[in-house]
Write a protein that binds this ligand. Structure first.
Ligand code: SAM
Length: 328
């Protein structure tokens, strides 16, 4: 079992509203909450990566942030899911204007949604539109087979609850404008890692599908969920550049990190039910923690302890005794 460095500062739970939302997806298991920690990690490395590789991209909030904030020269996104891949292919290709127009012109209603989704998509751009639509009107943004349409939605707005055409078009346009710096590869994330892992200037952000203890609910989030995690650890550990893996906190994952002698940091986050949980961030180099913030937090706690102790000692001294434990 490996030792885990844990963030103790309750203020370091990221408020996702503070992170610019750049992805057109509302992605199950999306890592918006991790973005500030990824920024810390990249800043802790001794040089800016030339390429930032995100082989299990999904909604790609991390890669998009890296591109938009110029944290690496190039970003390479990879994804196996055909539907998700079609969105990235269209946004970064010639048909992006068609997709934006289709989104802006679509009149949202349950009938119109059913009419579109009951017809087979006949081209890549139609698959991309269907995917964006399904992501917005299906429960939890889930795109895997079996996902159902939202019923009531927020404020009883039903399928329109998460349909924001102008916002979507704006985000898509912003991504398209960065297309010189972002490339997309459809296929297996392992192969993408292999392509870059001898490159010392490539940094990897690896967020594979993972369901602790093989829980069924989690395995319904994506179409592709079967990953050989041991093989993934073995492969990424050979990378010559920096890498970050993110996982649910599970004994199996801690063991793998220990076996491959990697650093593990537990980062607090709030799940969809607003419960505080920890996610493991596993790296070969650098740190995702705001160490300065942690130091300030520890110093404040120590100050409070000292103040409480001295108040108590003053009180006890006035009664002729001393003690070193604080009263509260
Ligand atoms: C946890 S999600 C990534 C979420 C992403 N980090 C975000 O913020 O939106 C994992 C993704 O890996 C994809 N995936 C599953 N198996 C894959 C494989 N062998 N190669 C590439 N992608 C895969 C899934 O389709 C899913 O989109």
């Amino acid at each position: 079992m490996t030792s885990v460095r844990i963030i103790t500062n309750p203020h370091s739970i990221v408020n996702v509203a503070s992170v610019p939302q750049r992805s057109p997806f509302r992605y199950p298991g999306g890592k918006t909450w991790l973005v500030p920690h990824v920024r810390h990690w990249l800043a802790s490395l001794n040089r800016r990566p030339r390429v930032f590789v995100e082989p299990f991209a999904g909604g790609a909030i991390t890669g998009l942030t890296v591109a938009a904030e110029n944290l690496a020269r190039q970003v390479v996104l990879g994804e196996l899911d055909e539907a998700v891949a079609s969105v990235w292919q269209i946004i970064l290709g010639e048909d992006v204007d068609w997709l934006m127009r289709r989104i802006l012109d679509f009149e949202i209603s349950r009938e119109n949604v059913m009419a579109v989704l009951n017809q087979p998509a006949r081209s890549l751009k139609e698959i991309a539109f269907h995917t964006i639509l399904r992501n917005r009107v299906q429960r939890g943004g889930i795109l895997a087979p079996g996902a159902s349409l939202v019923k009531q939605g927020e404020n009883g707005r039903g399928v329109a609850s998460r349909w924001y055409p102008e916002t979507l078009a704006r985000r898509i346009s912003a991504i398209a404008q960065m297309r010189q710096r972002i490339s997309f590869v459809k296929g297996d994330g392992f192969r993408l890692i292999e392509r870059y892992h001898r490159n010392t200037t490539a940094a990897f952000f690896v967020d594979p599908p993972y369901t602790a203890g093989g829980k069924k609910a989690g395995s319904r989030l994506y179409t592709h969920t079967e990953i050989d995690h041991e093989r993934l650890f073995a492969l990424i550990s050979q990378a010559l550049g920096p890498f970050m893996l993110t996982y649910d906190d599970a004994p199996e994952v801690r063991q793998l990190a220990g076996r491959f002698r990697l650093q593990v940091e537990a980062v607090p986050m709030k799940n969809t039910h607003h419960e505080v949980m920890h996610e493991l961030v596993i790296t070969n180099i650098g740190s995702c923690l705001d160490l300065e913030g942690e130091r300030r937090f520890a110093a404040a706690i120590n100050r409070q302890f000292r103040d409480a102790t001295s108040r108590r000692n003053i009180a006890l001294a006035s009664r002729g005794k001393t003690d070193s434990t604080p009263s509260a």
